[in-house]
Design a protein. Sequence first.
Length: 276
Amino acid sequence: MNKDICYSYDGRLLEYGLLRPYSNIFAFSTTRHGGCSEGNYASFNANPYCGDQTDCVSRNRDLLVSLLPVKPEELVVPHQVHACEILMIDESYLSLSEAERSRCREGVDAVITSEKNCCICVSTADCVPILLYDRTHQIIAAVHDGWRGTVKGLLRLVLHRMNDRFGTEGKDIVACIGPSISKEAFEVGDEVYEAFREAGFPMDRLAERYLETGKWHIDLWEANRWMLEEFSVPAGQIQIAGICTWKNQEKFFSARRLGIASGRMLSGIMIVEEHE
């Protein structure tokens, strides 16, 4: 595990050391512990889209909000579909009714905002959560990157959207790659390997065929690090948690272990502004 990763006193939240020097930023990933859900959702599942009981999700969300440094004006959790839709949280979004906001969150796999006290999240259970902070322009983003999103270059699209909208450059970015499936555990078929190769990824860096099985294994952490480097993010401004969800299913949800009908972690980031 990355030595700059730490857990809250109750074990419910993982926090990222790379973002600790920025007092106005709070970034986290939830663990499985300390909630009220049961079965494959036990126990801290705050995702409403994976089949858990509504009242448990609501109680777990309230618990999450209580753990944040300030109560967020908005807790944004999109309904992800392994695509490349990016949602911008701005004044126009915040002016919508809750029903209209809910429709906006459908089919979204990445969220960007400059709004203060707005906690933007993505849900994962083996897929890769990526949290971004543009320290120059005060912009944050949360990205859900499974293998399909990675192949499609979702992280690259988010970075370029931030550049187009706010002027973000690589030197501005601090990036945290959260708990997710490791290369050792991520066995794939030839068709997935070919999808990465055809998309231009450096396969000698990302992929390895294991002799004992003859199967390819792909490193999604390294694939996303490569896209950050491609955008000229300095190596020292990238943190990889190095925690495999498949190997650590007691602490983190793993869809490959538990099946699709199971809980999800939330990884979130917010720009904190204390109310006087």
